[in-house]
Design a binder for this molecule. Structure first.
Ligand SMILES: [Zn+2]
Length: 415
């Protein structure tokens, strides 16, 4: 990130409260103004706008071409590479020669970034892609969020604890709309995702084809594209994200994954049937976070941040904070002071008003959002070493509003 990290507001390692004299409080930096937070390009160039644009080009009722620059095609394929942000792709042209070639003017120069949505996380983004709706409407607004029905956290990616999917996300997917309109719709992904609730609410409609290997997925995606005169096909690859989480976005393992997925894109591009458009995109980017106390603030060790908090949701760079009854205002004040310039800290109403989750937030989604919402600006992470030991140990992270996380490629190949 370009921003220099501000000095730590105070010593986080202490166990006893510091004296509350004004000299201590005066060392807190000014809270970050919310107006400085970059907003996702909802309605003009976000992940939620992609499938409706393709479906509108196929004449599917109920869909709108929100990205008018995309030329309609009869056969449309979206290849979603989990975790491959625009900035990370641009920083590694040698590992991704084919995708990089798609950016060149000689190929039409069609490659450009679009934004994900907030938060920049897989469950939220897959729902945005599949439903064509921003998070405030589809209602998967975080990695974990509070279920107002039970009062407990629900993990949106693993769908734990199980919650009735159709009530949680009641809208039809774009694949369902396309299928009803006579367009051949198909998803080609890992067999393990065939019947998951997340697949059901985000990606169902038409037929699901589970294939273990990336090569087979590309081949089946090409077959499905060719299976009808008008088609809408989705395919997916997960391991760029996995390598980034475990080893970092510039690690050998990550770069090896980028080289591999670049060859997958080429394999699919070379098999496109006539009158096709292939769009390569991603669900979020990623940032590496150094392993020290200045960059990894531990909620479980911080008495100030914990005060008045009933539940900690979201993830390290995109937190939903649920306060005990009556404490929301105090929690907001305290989080602003403690996190200073390192996080944008908003109340639920402020985040809704600012449009972080889209132009509006459905009534059923309101109480899933934190009373306080904190989005990381710098290369910092709000971990929870006791509650979330596995997540707290990850090298690469994502979720927030920064360009490294929000910008994802939209690369186009046409036949
Ligand atoms: Zn991830």
């Amino acid at each position: 990130m370009a921003h220099p990290s501000p000095p730590a507001a105070h010593d986080r390692g202490r166990s006893a409260p510091a004296p509350l004299d004004s000299a201590v409080w005066d060392t807190h930096p000014e809270p970050l103004p919310l107006s400085s937070a970059p907003l996702p390009a909802y309605g003009t160039g976000s992940l939620a706008d992609l499938l409706p644009t393709l479906a509108a080009g196929l004449g599917v009722p109920g869909t709108t071409a929100a990205i008018p620059e995309l030329t309609p095609a009869d056969r449309n394929c979206v290849f979603l590479i989990d975790g491959l942000g625009w900035e990370q792709l641009r920083a590694h042209p040698d590992e991704a020669p084919f995708m990089t070639s798609l950016l060149a003017a000689s190929r039409g120069g069609t490659g450009r970034p679009i934004t994900t949505g907030y938060p920049a996380t897989t469950a939220t983004s897959l729902a945005s892609v599949g439903t064509g709706l921003p998070p405030g409407a589809h209602g998967l607004p975080g990695y974990t969020v509070r279920d107002p029905g039970t009062g407990a956290l629900m993990n949106q990616l693993r769908w734990q604890p199980w919650t009735p999917p159709g009530a949680w996300q009641p809208y039809p997917t774009v694949f369902e709309l396309a299928h009803r309109a006579g367009v051949h719709a198909a998803q080609v992904s890992s067999p393990t995702f065939a019947n998951t609730p997340l697949t059901k609410v985000a990606l169902s409609g038409g037929s699901f084809h589970g294939r273990l290997s990336g090569e087979e997925r590309m081949d089946v995606a090409a077959e499905q594209l060719a299976a009808a005169d008008r088609s809408l096909v989705y395919t997916y690859y997960a391991e760029v994200d996995g390598a980034g989480h475990r080893f970092g976005v510039d690690s050998d393992t990550w770069r090896g994954q980028l080289m591999y997925v670049d060859r997958l894109v080429q394999r699919l591009a070379e098999q496109l049937p006539p009158r096709s458009a292939l769009y390569v995109t991603a669900d979020h980017g990623m940032v590496d976070i150094p392993f020290d106390e200045q960059h990894r603030i531990d909620f479980d060790e911080d008495w100030e941040l914990k005060a008045g908090v009933a539940l900690l949701g979201g993830e390290g760079r995109a937190r939903h904070v649920y306060a005990v009854p009556g404490a929301a205002g105090d929690v907001l004040t305290c989080w602003r002071e403690v996190l200073g310039e390192q996080f944008w800290v908003a109340s639920r109403d402020e985040a809704i008003e600012a449009g972080w989750f889209g132009p509006s937030v459905d009534e059923r989604v309101h109480q899933r959002l934190g009373d306080v919402i904190a989005a990381a600006r710098d290369d910092v992470l709000l971990i929870a070493s006791e509650r979330e030991p596995r997540e707290s140990a990850m090298v690469g992270n994502h979720g927030s509003l920064t360009p490294a996380e929000q910008l994802v490629p939209l690369l186009e190949v046409r036949s």
